[in-house]
Design a protein around this ligand. Sequence first.
Ligand code: GLC
Length: 423
Amino acid sequence: MVRRPIPAALAVLLGLLVTACSAAGAQETERFGGTGPFTLVIGRPATAYLQSLLDRWNQTHPGERATLLELPEAADEQRAQMVANLQARSDRYDVLGLDVIWTAEFADAGWILPLERAMFPLDRFLPPVVDTAVYRGKLWAVPYTSNAGLLFYRKDLLAKEGLKPPRTWGELRDQARALHEKYGIGGYAGQFLAYEGLTVNFAEAVQSAGGQILSPDGTKVTMDVAKAKAGLDFLVGGFREGWIPPESLSFKEDEAQLAFEEGRLAFARNWPHTYGPATTSAVAGKFGVTRLPGANGPGTGSLGGYNLAVSAFSKRQKSATEFIRYFTSLENQRRVLADGSFPPVWAELYDDPGLIKRFPYLPVLKQSILSARPRPASANYDQVSLAIASAVSNALTPPFTEHDSEDVVSSMKGQLEEIIRAQ
Ligand code: GLC
């Protein structure tokens, strides 16, 4: 083949193109460039079993060691600490363990980087879980653990009384009251301190009465006052009638877990990770797990969980991204369940006979995750949640005669509308 000389003008053009391409390439590598030791920052409930997973990575990546930084237990405190760090544009945090409700806010603020979908086996994950990491059409994080609220119950006491696990609020109320009176223990509790956990418990009550608080995209208040009132009345009724113990007004996940493990509660609403520890507690062998009850049949939970994102201020973004790939692999997801009893994000693990034998509630959990409602993808979600939690907390605190449930939900609705308008 005879090579013709390239005309000068074309050569210049090609030269320009090559420079432009390599500049874009350089930018891309710079953006996800940077290798070296890095940190993984995540809230305490998720950290108990993590070190062994980090150790495995560290053994094979001596130059890119991962260090675990633990944040407090409550979601609100985790968020506050992360936001303070990111607002200061600090590079101390590399991989961020984000509660599923923060994707929109962190993406909007420019604190996390969009990721390339093709790098992660997202089609093998549970679809609603992947949705929590997507905002405005881009992937901002990779799902790491999912979550859905479950009802833990004392199977020994139900058997003694000839009762079946409750499916409706009416059944839960009757059984909780009866066990409370007969055995002198608390009937039912969830997370009733004023924080994100209470927002979740209220949202679940509203959903389980067939209602909704906001539209899924967080742009409209869609609350039907009668249904929201029904949800609130379920909780207020428990406190008023005494089958929800007053001390649960200070319960987060940990306190509810401890009360159940110590045999102080007949029923507890909690997340699945409390299953493992309960199997070695005073109630080992005496408890079961089922779906949350609702107004007229099984209820609808809120979708929880953690996604892993890369901080926009990290200087180790390449290592951070590689680590996320490792951490969300099938092999590690098996450990997330087997060692931590956290709900994995890989769909196939829920159908694994060996795992179902060890965690008999897996099919119930899968169903609960698939039917759970995501919390709205709103960049103002923290304000929305604060308004809900403080209104509900007031309503649950005695003397109950001071609050009419309908007034509480109507004024909450007004407040939410204001927050949404100001967006
Ligand atoms: C759990 C959930 C999280 C939720 C929090 C509320 O950690 O995974 O999504 O926001 O509980 O307390």
